[in-house]
Ligand binder design. Structure first.
Ligand SMILES: NC(=O)c1ccc[n+]([C@@H]2O[C@H](COP(=O)([O-])OP(=O)(O)OC[C@H]3O[C@@H](n4cnc5c(N)ncnc54)[C@H](O)[C@@H]3O)[C@@H](O)[C@H]2O)c1
Length: 244
């Protein structure tokens, strides 16, 4: 089936911010293909492909699912990631940096590599948006998270390079950098810091509370919109005023 309906791919779709993004985009009328290591609910508006963002062929299958079902791809949100750390750089195990670069950076790279050609071949390249979920760690150096900080800075670089490559197409790329958002990853981060829970992170945001996944999803959905073109090549700090 083809039509005017906007269609999005969302990686990390079973996670906190990813699943909220799927729900937000569906609420705005999108058809959405989710992609995640884990299963996630489907419906008339949502398809889901289980796979690893390190596997470009599986990601391509997710893009093909969007094209088969709705005939177009207008937005791709790369939200899948993992976190590791809890020690200074010089105490990190050998495998930590390679794993984070592989999942958190190459996963975003792979997502762009399969999504952008489908966007440019589609009916409205100038309405197409690539959105990478980076982090406050894409701008700031976060204590005992050197590998994650390295990977998220690379995600910001990836977006800037992609935006430069998209010049003349009308398609755009942007990074969204959430602050501390109430998800499984934030629980895992609290564990890395040996904190009793994630609420302690609220003190590093001027809002003095954690963000909810739905709030970050609203920002991501704006970035996915046609109007989101104005943010091209930039980093949207969706962090409630992060002060490390
Ligand atoms: N929660 C926060 O406070 C916060 C802050 C800044 C940035 N972020 C970023 O937001 C994004 C979403 O994170 P979240 O907080 O929703 O975490 P989350 O752990 O709830 O969700 C991440 C999802 O990614 C999936 N995933 C992990 N590795 C994968 C792989 N190799 N292939 C496919 N899927 C994979 C997981 O299964 C999970 O469903 C991430 O990029 C994260 O770095 C989160």
């Amino acid at each position: 089936m083809t039509g005017q309906r906007r269609v999005a791919l969302v990686t990390g779709a079973a996670g906190g911010i990813g699943s909220a993004t799927v729900a937000k985009l569906v609420g705005q009328g999108y058809g959405v293909v989710g992609f995640d290591l884990r299963e996630a609910p489907t419906s008339d508006d949502v398809a889901h492909v289980v796979g690893d963002v390190r596997d470009r062929d599986l990601l391509r299958r997710a893009v093909d699912t969007a094209l088969d079902r709705w005939g177009r791809l207008d937005a791709a949100v790369a939200a899948a990631a993992v976190i590791a750390g809890g020690h200074p750089l010089w105490e990190a195990p050998d495998g930590e940096l390679p794993e984070l670069l592989d999942v958190d950076v190459r996963g975003v790279w792979n997502t762009a590599a399969v999504a952008v050609p489908a966007m440019l071949d589609g009916p409205d390249p100038s309405g197409c948006r690539f959105v990478a979920v980076a982090s406050a760690a894409g701008t700031h150096g976060l204590f005992n998270l050197a590998a994650y900080t390295t990977a998220k800075h690379a995600v910001v670089g990836l977006v800037k390079g992609l935006a430069a490559d998209l010049v003349g197409t009308g398609a755009t790329a942007v990074a969204v950098s959430p602050g501390s958002t109430r998800t499984g990853m934030l629980e895992a981060t609290a564990d890395l810091y040996h904190l009793p829970g994630p609420e302690d992170f609220a003190s590093s945001q001027l809002l003095r509370r954690l963000l909810e996944p739905d709030e970050v999803a609203a920002t991501i959905a704006f970035c996915c919109s046609v109007e989101g073109a104005v943010l091209n090549g930039g980093v949207v700090q969706a962090d409630g005023g992060f002060r490390p």
